[in-house]
Write a protein that binds this ligand. Structure first.
Ligand SMILES: Nc1ncnc2c1ncn2[C@@H]1O[C@H](COP(=O)(O)OP(=O)(O)O)[C@@H](O)[C@H]1O
Ligand SMILES: [Mg+2]
Length: 474
């Protein structure tokens, strides 16, 4: 059932119930008003009859049970009845025929005090008042009655009026609700049509926000916000794929050239060896690139790619330093490790090692010959929590200041021309940030006051909180 129909029906039902209740209350009020007016009349007439009876002089009564009554015709035209009875039920006077209008029980109760009841005479409902009276010194029962026909007529007319007026009010309200709901929901229909037409090729399409400033307008705004975010994410993904393709092409082209060179006839053994080791180096670079891309893609998907367990950071950093010793020695760079051996985090050792290797690799590449690269493992307070910090600093040129805010972005290199020959594809720091985020931590970089770069990562000291928090890339 459509929302429009549901709203209209609900509204109509509400109105019908309200009018119904109001009508019933009105009818009940009318009835009780009319009844008490009628009872008032009966009481006045009863009093008049009692007074008249009290003034009656005693007359000789024939003996025996056959009492002479005063019967004045049938049920009178004015639809009023009066009957005077002995307490035993014999009719002494009557305007409604010789039959007694009271049952034995009613007679008994009426002899004790006034009694209102509703009876029927010749099929017509009559409201009666019976009360004790005295007639020539004898106890009698005076009964007066009034037809309820007038009351019933008034009620029937009121009921008819309520049905007619209430029914048309409900119909009008229902129709109005149908129109209003239709007008209110029209923008929703329009938005739905527009949304179904938006594809990945029309990412700049947006919904028209109605000027109503209501829930539907804020829904449209929220939808547009979502479309903005999706568009940005899509643009980023497309850029990522394009960059990845570009980065893959360079080593692949080099690889192809080396293989073609090696395949030429008449190569001596030495040239062949050189070509093969160059090809192997390019292959190595391709593998690293593919691994980095895979890691970033999985982090983007929000996949659980961490195999976390408790690790001692000082051991891990020391291992990374050992494996970089040969590289450092070629440029007489010394590595100074200052690590607190008690610091443990819960994390994926391979991924954390990758972080340290990337940072150390960058530092060794940028550090001047004969300088020192410092590695530091300590705890600190970040965002109000104790965190473990791994920091790598060098005495190189540092980051160009305008590049610093983008250092952790994908495929970003400060000096693309130079870095392409020496360094990687500009994914190293992006991978570092992704891994830190996946552990619930973060990565930061700055230039040291005395020159050189300082790059550090923070990991929570307790369990990682999942990788969805604080991700830099969607
Ligand atoms: N220790 C550092 N000192 C100076 N510049 C650095 C340092 N580390 C990284 N950079 C700059 O940041 C860029 C991005 O680093 P990274 O993401 O590791 O990419 P890559 O190493 O593949 O070039 C590098 O190209 C380099 O220009
Ligand atoms: Mg690097």
């Amino acid at each position: 059932m459509s929302l429009r129909l549901r709203l209209s029906l609900l509204f109509t039902l509400g109105i019908a119930i309200a009018i119904g209740i109001a009508g019933m209350v009105f009818l009940a009020q009318l009835q009780s008003g009319l009844n008490s007016a009628l009872d008032e009349t009966l009481r006045a007439r009863g009093d008049a009859v009692t007074t008249r009876l009290a003034a009656t002089q005693p007359t000789a009564r024939p003996d025996g049970g056959d009492q002479r009554g005063d019967y004045r015709g049938e049920f009178s035209e004015s639809e009023q009845v009066t009957q005077v009875l002995t307490p035993e039920g014999a009719v002494l006077e009557s305007t409604a025929g010789p039959a007694t209008l009271l049952t034995a029980a009613q007679l008994k109760r009426a002899s004790e005090g006034s009694l209102f009841f509703t009876g029927s005479i010749e099929g017509e409902r009559v409201r009666m008042l019976a009360m004790p009276a005295r007639r020539a010194g004898d106890e009698v029962i005076a009964a007066v009655g009034e037809s309820t026909g007038v009351i019933e007529d008034a009620q029937t007319r009121a009921r008819t009026a309520i049905w007619a007026v209430g029914g048309s009010a409900v119909a009008v309200a229902g129709f109005g609700a149908w129109l209003v709901a239709g007008a209110a929901l029209h923008p929703v229909t329009r938005m739905r049509r527009r949304l179904t037409n938006i594809t990945e090729h029309s990412t700049d399409a947006r919904l028209r926000v109605p000027r109503t400033r209501d829930e539907i307008a804020s829904l449209a705004e929220a939808m547009n916000g979502l479309l903005d975010r999706l568009q940005r994410a899509l643009a980023r993904q497309r850029g990522f794929v394009a960059d990845a393709g570009h980065e893959l092409r360079t080593p692949l082209t080099a690889l192809k050239a080396e293989l073609e060179l090696a395949a030429r006839p008449g190569r001596d053994r030495e040239t062949l060896n050189m070509a093969i080791s160059a090809a192997a180096a390019d292959t190595e670079r391709l593998i690293r690139l593919a691994e980095d891309l895979l890691l970033l893609a999985r982090a983007d998907e929000g996949a659980e790619f961490l195999q976390a367990r408790p690790i001692t950071l000082s051991d891990l950093v020391a291992a990374s330093v050992r494996s970089s010793e040969a590289t450092a020695a070629t440029r007489t760079i010394s590595m100074e490790l200052d690590a607190d051996p008690s610091i443990r985090i819960v994390g994926d050792p391979d991924r954390v090692r990758q972080v340290v290797d990337n940072l150390l690799g960058n530092a060794l590449r940028h550090a001047p010959e004969g300088s020192a690269v410092a590695l530091n493992v300590r705890t600190a307070t970040g965002d109000g929590e104790r965190v473990a910090v791994i920091e790598v600093s060098d005495r190189g040129p540092g980051f160009p200041p305008e590049f610093l805010p983008h250092a952790f972005e994908r495929f970003r290199r400060a000096d693309a021309g130079r870095a392409r020959t020496q360094g990687g594809a500009g994914l190293g720091l992006a991978v570092v940030a992704s891994i830190a985020n996946a552990h619930g931590g973060r990565a930061r970089a700055e230039n040291r006051p005395g020159g050189g770069a300082r790059v550090w990562v923070e990991f929570p000291l307790h369990r990682p909180r999942g990788h969805s928090r604080g991700r830099d890339h969607l």
